[in-house]
Design a binder for this molecule. Structure first.
Ligand code: KIV
Ligand code: ZN
Length: 389
């Protein structure tokens, strides 16, 4: 694997599916898992097998059908969780157990009523036990975002000694700033013995809208796995959006970070997940929102019609969107109207366009958007335009 490759760990079916109202049945999960494999994700976190018989079955069935990706199951640092996850993953070509424990002061004190030493002991025991079933064991230091860096470095070092192959540094509460999260990863790279033998993973939540920025900051500072979900769905404000981190790395080649994702499948995959979870994508969502490649103001439309690159940094075809949309509203100018009229069969002279545009504005003031049928109607009412139809 190249030093610059960032592995994409998709947790749509685990952290994403935890969202209220997003529950999927096994059949739906299998369809999504197959699509994620086709999309080129490196790891699919298929579920939390001990959490319910349904989740166990889903992980078990997904493990059977996934051809390329590693299939991963989540556990707490609890023997029975790990045993059940190993059983669920037994048919996977590449199984991974993802185990861990909270490491922040608040988790140690309020969740476990424990001490730092005992938390390390539990983590080490969990990693060692998971290793007795599978070679690939990922350890998560829950709430690492709010964990003191020195203690976190000790935790990481002990988990490497116990056999962890991947160290997940979650910003569980979405608290960190990008600089702070990047510095945390850098600190671990520089202060943990054996760190170069393992992969550091970013797992960021979006409580302050910084999940994507934090994950990229992590990768810039040496992390080589990003945990994310399609459409950024996940607990509370969600997880890092897969489509965003992938396109950031693609659009900024000087970062020298790349993935194996087939970006042309991003839009379709987003639709598939949104429809099966019944979770609408906000129209202004980066990369996959309905308005991500739609232009409605006259100034922008004029620019895009002359050359798409004036207002678009991504070719929509790169993410599987057929073309940029020119939306006709009261803010549109003559260029946009002429462009759309031509597309539906009306070649207008300057004089004709002036007359049609006046009537168009009357329509546009009454409606949110002027559609093709409206333009046909406008052509009927305008004397010069009728002649060109
Ligand atoms: O956000 C988090 O800390 C998690 C862990 C369980 C990996 O989802
Ligand atoms: Zn999470």
């Amino acid at each position: 694997m190249s030093d610059n490759k960032v592995q994409i760990f998709d947790t749509t079916l685990r952290d994403g599916e935890q969202v209220p109202g997003c529950k999927l049945n096994t059949k739906q999960k299998l369809v999504i898992a197959e699509r994620l494999d086709l999309l080129g994700v490196d790891i699919i976190e298929a579920g939390f097998p001990v959490s319910s018989p349904g989740d166990f079955t889903s992980v078990n069935e997904i493990a059977k059908i996934v051809k390329n990706a590693t299939v991963c199951g989540l556990t707490r640092a609890v023997e029975n969780d790990i045993k059940v996850a190993a059983e669920a993953l037994k048919y996977a070509k590449r199984p991974r157990i993802h185990t861990g424990i909270g490491t922040s002061e608040s988790h140690i004190k309020y969740k476990f009523n424990s001490t730092q030493e005992k938390v390390i002991e539990r983590g080490v025991a969990a990693v060692k036990y998971a290793k007795s079933f599978v070679e690939d064991v990922e350890f998560y230091a829950e709430d690492a975002g709010r964990t003191d860096n020195e203690f976190l470095a000790r935790v990481c070092e002990e988990m490497i000694k116990a056999g962890a192959t991947v160290l997940n540094i979650p910003d569980t509460t979405g608290y960190c700033l990008p600089e702070e999260y990047g510095a945390k990863i850098k600190y671990l790279k520089e202060n943990v013995k054996g760190i170069d033998k393992v992969t550091i993973s970013c797992h960021c939540h979006n409580d302050l809208g910084l999940a994507t920025a934090n994950s990229i900051a992590g990768a810039i500072n040496g992390a080589r796995q990003i945990e994310c979900t399609i459409n950024g769905i996940g607990e509370r404000a969600g997880n890092t959006a897969l489509e965003e981190v992938v396109m950031i790395m693609k659009q900024h080649p000087y970062l020298h970070l790349n993935t194996d994702i087939n970006s042309k499948l991003l839009y379709d995959t987003s639709l598939m997940v949104s429809e099966s979870m019944g979770m609408m994508v906000q129209p202004n969502k980066a990369i996959v929102g309905a308005n991500a490649f739609a232009h409605s103001s006259g100034i922008h439309q004029d620019g895009v019609i002359k050359n798409r690159e004036t207002y678009e940094i991504i070719d929509p075809a790169e993410v599987g969107v057929t073309e940029s949309a020119i939306v006709l509203t009261a803010r549109s100018g003559r260029a946009a109207l002429a462009y759309r009229a031509k597309k539906i069969g009306y070649e207008l002279t300057k004089l004709q366009l002036d007359e049609v545009y006046k009537e168009f504005l009357n329509y546009a003031d009454r409606k949110k958007e002027v559609v093709n049928e409206d333009i046909h109607e406008i052509m009927k009412t305008v004397s010069v335009a009728a002649a060109v139809a």
